[in-house]
Design a protein around this ligand. Structure first.
Ligand code: FAD
Length: 561
């Protein structure tokens, strides 16, 4: 098709990327971008940091203006212009100019839908009260900033422990507010498995955030006599009443599909706009990108909604490529995501244990706690890493990393490995940048691969943290090979301590009739112990992640999930 008129609905991540790419591919096409809001191409990912003052200047969030896009790319960007309807037969859209109410039509040869996803507002009684805010765009944060004038807000309740809720909690603490995070699930950050999210629970608590898990909001009520709340009293299912001067609603998002639905475009089983591998909807001259579409989960192949900026930007570019005749295929989303929470960084890529179970895919989970860089160089911090791999062919299926330093670099290597369909053997062989301030001669990613290789080669079998929450000592012997000093700081109940250096001469103290689960602090010394014991005829498994994973899971509440 020759495209002379390209219309784009939505002018932020996906829409703006598509428009700029389209211009680079066609100097002749007329390109019109309709944006309902007052700003185009703004930094929505930066919004929480403006609320907290880390990005002090609001203008820094405004990456482009209609004038700058006109000057640089000759784009016709119409802010405060909402597309109301698509007439597919006539290839026209109906638009309302929100500044004056005027309605008009524009015709297209190709149309890209990039309308994003809207914050969820479930029908909880009182949800529309004053002082409640969602965080999607600049007007939202303007409203929050006005409401939070210095001195008029002391207590915030953030409803929802996803990444927007957590970023807002961190930033409101930065403004010295007392913050409560309320989450209906037993954990925050649902893409992480519970024992990994447990680190975030501990970090929230260490930073004075009151965390209410497993306790959904029942209602938002006006304050009763004696209660002081400028916004609402947030009432939880447990009956707890949380007076709030400001309420942030971070309850997730749903794809904006109203336009697509009313135009008769196909919607997928998850409720997003259905697209093919070229990002064409069920009408081949209409493309859709970003948070509004349903994608294929890269690992499980299942349809998924994965509202993230990276995929939206890349999809925008790809749709433009396909429209202007370049080869373009979008073959799935990994869901690589990263979050900073106070001192910690946490992130994930690919599948987690929950989604693998759901998809019925065989998998092995492995935890490790390597240093962020060489232990002898000052400042090394332990990472908590979890990888998931196919026990049969060794293919990496997913990874999660939490720590103070070096998390994002490991995540990005693992995300690249996933995209390249690498196996754990490949991870063991990756040649990664090393000098003492940055890593170790065996990088944490190499170590993960090597530890997984040991499992696949039958050198060791693994036990999981959840297996030792409640175990029967008559059936399983739990051996702790740490030093007595380490054990004095805390032990798994029921474990018997034989320090690794004494193990060879104390074999007689171990049972031959029961399986033994061995642990140390992070899993490395207990692996050595497993090798020693296996070669002496004992039936042993290594507790993967060992005491450190178990301890975080216990203290961080994962054991309750
Ligand atoms: P959007 O960027 O939301 O743009 C859609 C635009 O379409 C909207 O501006 C809307 O007004 C407009 N629109 C809708 N319907 C119409 C219509 N009928 N007519 C005209 N205009 C219309 N992702 C990350 O990967 N990392 C992060 O750190 C991160 N942080 C985030 C923090 C916040 C506070 C938020 C809100 C999001 C964050 N995201 C992050 C998610 C990321 O911003 C989105 O995935 C991305 O912006 C989606 O791009 P999109 O083009 O699909 O939609």
């Amino acid at each position: 098709m020759t495209v002379q008129r390209l219309l784009i609905i939505g002018g932020v991540a996906g829409g703006a990327s598509a428009a700029a790419r389209a211009r680079r591919l066609s100097e002749k096409a007329e390109i019109i971008v309709f944006e309902r809001g007052p700003f185009v191409s703004f930094a929505n990912c930066g919004l929480p940091y403006h609320v907290g003052g880390e990005i002090p200047a609001r203008d820094d969030l405004l990456l482009q203006t209609p004038a700058s896009l006109k000057a640089r790319f000759n784009l016709d960007v119409r802010v405060e212009n909402e597309v109301l309807a698509i007439d597919r037969a006539a290839r026209k859209v109906r638009v309302r100019d929100l500044s004056n109410g005027r309605e008009y039509e524009e015709s297209y040869d190709a149309l890209i839908l990039a309308p994003g996803a809207a914050p969820l507002r479930p029908p909880i009684p009182g949800i529309d009260r004053q002082g409640h805010f969602v965080v999607r765009n600049i007007p939202d944060v303007d409203a929050i900033q006005t409401w939070l004038r210095p001195g008029v807000a002391e207590r915030a309740v953030v409803v929802g422990g996803g990444y927007i809720g957590l970023e807002m909690a961190e930033q409101l603490r930065r403004r010295q507010l007392h913050v409560t995070v309320v989450e209906a699930l037993p954990q925050v950050m649902a893409p992480l498995d519970p024992e990994m999210a447990a680190w975030l629970h501990l970090e929230l608590q260490a930073n004075g955030v009151d965390l209410r898990l497993n306790d959904p909001v029942a209602a938002f009520e006006p304050p009763r006599e004696g209660e002081n709340a400028r916004a609402s009293v947030v009432v939880l299912r447990s009956g707890a009443r949380l007076p709030a001067d400001v309420v942030i609603l971070g309850l997730g998002v749903k794809p904006e599909t109203a336009l697509a639905r009313s135009a008769g475009l196909e919607i997928g089983p998850k409720g997003g706009i259905r697209v093919n591998e070229h990002l064409q909807t069920s009408d081949p001259v209409i493309y859709a990108v970003g948070d509004a579409i349903e994608v294929r989960d890269w690992v499980t192949g299942a349809p998924a909604l994965i509202p993230l900026a990276g995929p939206a930007n890349r999809q925008g570019r790809l749709a433009a490529d396909h429209i202007f005749g370049l080869p373009a295929r979008y073959d799935g989303t990994l869901g690589t995501a990263v979050l900073r929470l106070f001192r910690l960084t946490a992130g994930c890529t690919g599948a987690n244990e929950k989604s693998l179970k759901q998809a019925g895919m065989p998998h092995q989970a492995l935890h490790l706690h390597p240093g962020s860089h060489a232990g002898y160089y000052p400042g090394a911090q332990p990472l908590a890493m979890k990888i998931l791999f196919d026990p049969v062919n060794g293919r990496l299926l997913g990874a999660q990393v939490v720590g103070v330093d070096g998390v994002d670099k490991r995540l990005d290597v693992l995300a690249t490995a996933l995209k390249a369909r690498l196996t754990v053997d490949d991870l063991a062989e990756l040649e990664l940048a090393y000098a003492p301030p940055f890593g170790s001669a065996k990088d944490p990613v190499n170590l993960a691969g090597m530890a997984a290789q040991n499992v696949r080669r039958g050198l060791v079998s693994l036990a999981q943290w959840s297996e030792v929450l409640q175990f029967n000592p008559a059936e399983t012997f739990l051996l702790d090979v740490r030093s007595p000093e380490e054990c004095a700081r805390g032990m798994i109940p029921g474990a018997v301590n034989i320090p690794l250096p004494q193990l060879r001469r104390r074999l007689g103290e171990l049972p031959q009739d029961r399986p033994i689960i061995v642990h140390c602090q992070s899993g490395q010394r207990s692996y050595f112990a497993c090798r020693l014991l296996m070669q002496n005829g004992f039936k042993v498994r290594n507790l993967t992640g060992s005491y450190r994973t178990w301890d975080a899971a216990m203290r961080g509440g994962a054991a309750r999930t």
